[in-house]
Design a protein around this ligand. Structure first.
Ligand SMILES: C[S@@+](CC[C@H](N)C(=O)[O-])C[C@H]1O[C@@H](n2cnc3c(N)ncnc32)[C@H](O)[C@@H]1O
Length: 325
């Protein structure tokens, strides 16, 4: 018998030129910046999955704990015979865990790490022949428009959007609002019962937050440094990872953990006839991870166009899962 194969749409590769221009612009800013979306080549995706196993990295464990301990209440908000659209699905491990409780008729996994997603989807499809598994390689930071054929299909069933792992934290509050507006519009395309389930990391003490982004084994440091190799492969630049070190700090005023790469010495980096000098200790800002309060995030969901919200937290109130429609 032939195994069912997932359907796969790859819309990401078409936008490479625009990405390169944005990368160069970020590197030439007075505070050099790289978008966190560049972390996720194959190595970056593997390293992220390793981070989720670290004792210091509480978000993944805590999100799973909430899903497990309050399973009946949470899954009561999952529409039946639905299409699930998981944004930033990565290895799809979370969907595989959720399938033990509720199953969609169609599961659409969206991610910028196209090859990594595609490999893991084959596995998920092989283990779940009763679900139509669809992959979309896409950068959703600016738009959430799916290929025509898929976009039409999304109107036929109730649609459950899933955005887990507190990935929304990479967007600043304005970007997060625009992103959630696009998700609210996506949910409105589906049949009645459509909604969103989203995982959000909450504000807490600085030391718990900073340890989660600077673990003792140095896995997060490797994840951060790997972005320089990614930039080398996209731009043809000559970053040497040995010249840089990882740093993570909680910026209380902005309510965000910032990750930076700090130059260990004065150096310059060249690419395509251009160059940038970095002084010793100067940094490249590689990630923000915004932390929210339940109250502020509920307000954001309502501003984005959702009308009903619910949330569940763990005992320490470190993390929250929200439902909205
Ligand atoms: C923090 S990881 C979370 C993975 C998984 N959802 C989890 O909860 O463990 C973020 C995921 O979003 C994907 N991603 C990041 N930026 C993206 C973008 N602009 N468009 C699409 N996917 C993106 C990454 O490849 C990665 O799989």
């Amino acid at each position: 018998m032939q195994l069912k194969q997932p359907l796969f749409f790859d819309t990401y590769k078409e936008n490479k030129d625009a990405d390169i221009q944005a990368l160069i612009q970020g590197l030439l800013c007075p505070q050099a910046t790289l978008s966190p979306k560049y972390f996720y080549d194959e190595m970056g995706s593997v390293l992220f999955d390793a981070i989720t196993l670290l004792p210091e990295y509480y978000p993944t464990r805590t999100e799973l704990e909430i899903f497990t301990q309050q399973a009946n209440e949470i899954h009561a908000h999952f529409p039946k015979s639905a299409t699930w659209v998981e944004l930033g699905a990565g290895s799809c491990q979370k969907a595989a865990q959720l399938f033990t409780h509720s199953k969609p008729s169609t599961y659409v996994a969206v991610d910028i790490s196209v090859d990594y997603l595609s490999q893991h989807l084959k596995d998920l499809q092989a283990k779940n022949s009763d679900v139509n598994v669809v992959g979309v390689g896409m950068d959703f930071s600016h738009s959430l428009t799916f290929p025509d054929k898929l976009q039409q299909q999304l109107t036929l069933d109730p649609l459950l959007a899933l955005y887990l792992g507190s990935s929304l934290g990479n967007f600043n509050p304005i970007e997060a609002l625009y992103f959630l507006q696009r998700v609210a519009n996506l949910c409105k395309m589906g049949q009645p019962g459509s909604g969103l389930i989203i995982g959000i990391d909450l504000v807490k003490d600085s030391s718990t937050l900073e340890r989660a982004y600077a673990d003792d084994l140095g896995v997060t440091a490797a994840f951060n440094l790997n972005v320089l190799r990614r930039v080398n492969s996209l731009l043809g630049s000559d970053f040497d990872v040995r010249d840089w070190q990882h740093s993570a700090r909680f910026n209380v005023q902005e309510s965000r953990v910032e990750m930076h790469l700090q130059a260990k010495k004065n150096l310059s980096v060249q690419w395509q006839g251009q160059q940038r000098h970095f002084k010793q200790d100067e940094t490249i800002h590689t990630e923000n991870s915004y932390k929210w309060s339940v109250k502020k995030f509920t307000t954001l969901l309502l501003q984005a166009g959702f009308t009903n919200t619910r949330h569940w937290t763990d005992q320490k109130s470190h993390y929250a899962l929200f439902w909205a429609n």
